[in-house]
Design a protein around this ligand. Sequence first.
Ligand code: ZN
Length: 410
Amino acid sequence: MRSMNRRQLLYATGLGLTGAAVARAGGLPTPPGDESEHEHGKRQAKPLDLADYEPRSMLQVRETHVARSRFPVIDIHTHISTAARSKNGVEMTAEREYAATPEELLAVMDRKNIRSMVNLTGGYGAGLRDVMGKYDRKFADRFYSFTEPDYELFLKPDYPKLQAEAIAQAHKDGARGLKILKTLGLYLRENITSGKLVKIDDPRFDPMWDACGQLNMPVAIHISDPVAFFTPTDRFNERYEELNNHPDWSFYGKDFPSNAELIEARNHVIARHPKTRFIVLHVGNFAENLANVAENLDRFENMNVDIAARIGELGRQPRTARAFFDKYQDRILFGTDATPHADNYPQQVFNDQLYEIYYRFLETDDEYFNYAPAKVPPQGRWEIYGINLPEPILRKVYNANAARELHITV
Ligand SMILES: [Zn+2]
């Protein structure tokens, strides 16, 4: 029996053989169409490493090439600069490293109709001022930068006050908002890199959230990751390959909170600071459950979301996603997580193809295409479908919602 596949078995039983007869049926003629696969019915399945599997879709469907977005784009979520040094997931210096020159970025931006890139990881202090001089001030309206908390200050007894003052200084220096990486909730510990994890709703950050509200600086907050990152990296994990390639991305086990606990702590912050505006990144950090995101958008008037690095999730539930965009068209911001030269992370590598895929997803009803410029879909092996948004919604998502939150006119 072991040497027979299901089709052979059906074929054999179709001849009216009993189970016992099937077991002896090694010499039966091969079913039509299977000749090349079988030698006298003794086919051995060939092993194939998952990493080597690159199936090519045989589906013949329309492929729309959207070279430029219908309306000018504000990409609310990019990373042009990063901290020069981090330890255990915590940025340890104000000094910045740059992924690309402004000129290099502007060439792609002009081709793809990107009016502005928002560099969320602008850092703080002297590092932030360096970013401002090289990008924001030199190319007005093409680059906007956000500041980040200075966790180097965390152990000082008056940290809450110092952090609020640092936000005010960053505002003076030109920062447009505050970025919170998942450092808060998943990396920052009581002794910065050791001890107990600090919770997102820890009251020591209350003055920081309030300062952002007073200064009209939106908070772009990333607090969690795909739900699969909180489950075992095993054969049931829908992002097995990604986690297997990046084991440090898993937050399963150890002392990590669950995805639900992280979202709950974040919701406490949003509820406690109604005058502060929040852009909850990566579709509210729960793109797998748009009903949950919708529920929170209904609860919190001061909450918006971006779509960065989540068209793989949105595009595999195109009908639910389209209804979500229809209902929350004033609350969704265009973002990509684009990072220049991030070649190992095709879902966020800054290039023409990445933007063309986003535009195709938003603007067409094309079916079954890769959500990233990569041979194999990098965030799970599935394909996506466009959601064909009408022009009024496209305009809001591409720029109007972001312009409102950033207090700029496009
Ligand atoms: Zn990001």
